[in-house]
Ligand binder design. Sequence first.
Ligand SMILES: Nc1ncnc2c1ncn2[C@@H]1O[C@H](COP(=O)(O)OP(=O)(O)OP(=O)(O)O)[C@@H](O)[C@H]1O
Ligand SMILES: [Mg+2]
Length: 434
Amino acid sequence: MSPFAHEWASLLAVVTARISEAGMLLDANAGFLRLIEVPMPVPATCPVAGFFIQPDFSALLKMKVEAGAESVLVYAGLLTFGDYGGKTRTLKAHVWREEGVLHLLAEFDVAELEYLTDTVLDLNRSYAQAQTELSQTNFKLKQSTRQLEQSNAHLKAANIRLAQAQSQLLQAERLASIGLLSAGVAHEINNPIGFVNANLGTLKTYVGHFLELIAAYEAAEHFVGNTPIKWNSITVLKNRMDWPYMKDDVLPLLDESQEGLDRVKRIVRALNDFARTDAADVWQPEDIHQGIESTLSVFWSQIKHRCELRKEYGELPAVTCVLSKLNQVFLNLLQNAAQSIEGQGVITIRTGCQSDEVWVEVADNGQGIVPTDLPHIFDPFFTTKPVGKGAGLGLAVSYGIVQQHHGRIEVKSEPGRGATFRVWLPVSPPTARS
Ligand SMILES: Nc1ncnc2c1ncn2[C@@H]1O[C@H](COP(=O)(O)OP(=O)(O)OP(=O)(O)O)[C@@H](O)[C@H]1O
Ligand SMILES: [Mg+2]
């Protein structure tokens, strides 16, 4: 046995085999078994003649060999084998023949194999690289898609904010010009109201005196007796003017006029609030919740029998403001909410804080506001309420006060689904001016 017998047996690139002339495999190494795709170890009986394709097995037996002669090289060259799977392989082979046995020694073309392996490895490497690049590109693509989506969302939000700001600006401009007009009108009305009011006061005193005087004359009537001096004409005059009625009516008339004037004065004050022409206010850090609570204490008893109140207060810092004016805003919003509710309903007051602003929300589940009314609700004198119930000044005044605080009012409403008014206020307004 050759000293390399064991190594030969395990070699894969080298093919050795002993095959009987009948074509049965007598012995073979791993390389041969791999060639014909038969697993180790060598099977006991295994016909292999059929695997020799070019030259075929019978061609190798053609040369005559003397009995007892040395082994003879019967073939040297390329030998093509088939396997059970129908694949063929061509190897460089030598075949010797000696008494009844063929010895086969062949080799896979190592250089070719290495080249193929290298090529496959190269291909594999570039495939792996391409795959890495592809996944990197994919990753980048995903990232940029995500970024694109994010900037898209930002853009959309910015667009919405822009549209809101634009409509607020338009609204603010419109209301500012109405404010100027209101201020002018209020100023013009203020003067005549002032002197009519003063005159009315004086007139009331005078009329009081007149009445007293006439009563004195009347008391003296019976002393005059039937003296013919123009007495008849006085009686005729008294009857014509319905003196008893007039005497009773003159003071109530004056009172009523004074009441009317008071109402005009209130409206002028509201217009002034809206136009922000009021004199110095005291600005100081205040507790907004305390303001809401004090407003509720005067207002809530009027409507508690038909409205449920819910409070969802957040944490609020002290806000620099004129609290008495903000209380007027809260009162107007609460009044509107209560008036929008027919029968029973719910009013919810929410508060919260976001960066350097606080917000107060008054929400109701009342009748809501129709979209065509929404652009007008802050206009002075815009009202949908019956005569005597609303002057259309509550929101206009609130708007003016909130503007003065450098804040804003947002409204959300759908007919039949209530309304939500949210007042935003900076914690420290830039200039606490009146
Ligand atoms: N919470 C609300 N629900 C439904 N509509 C509302 C609400 N708040 C305001 N409105 C609408 O806005 C209009 C204007 O409100 P605003 O407070 O300025 O005036 P008003 O309530 O009619 O009268 P005033 O407040 O002067 O008594 C109201 O007439 C109403 O149509
Ligand atoms: Mg109102």
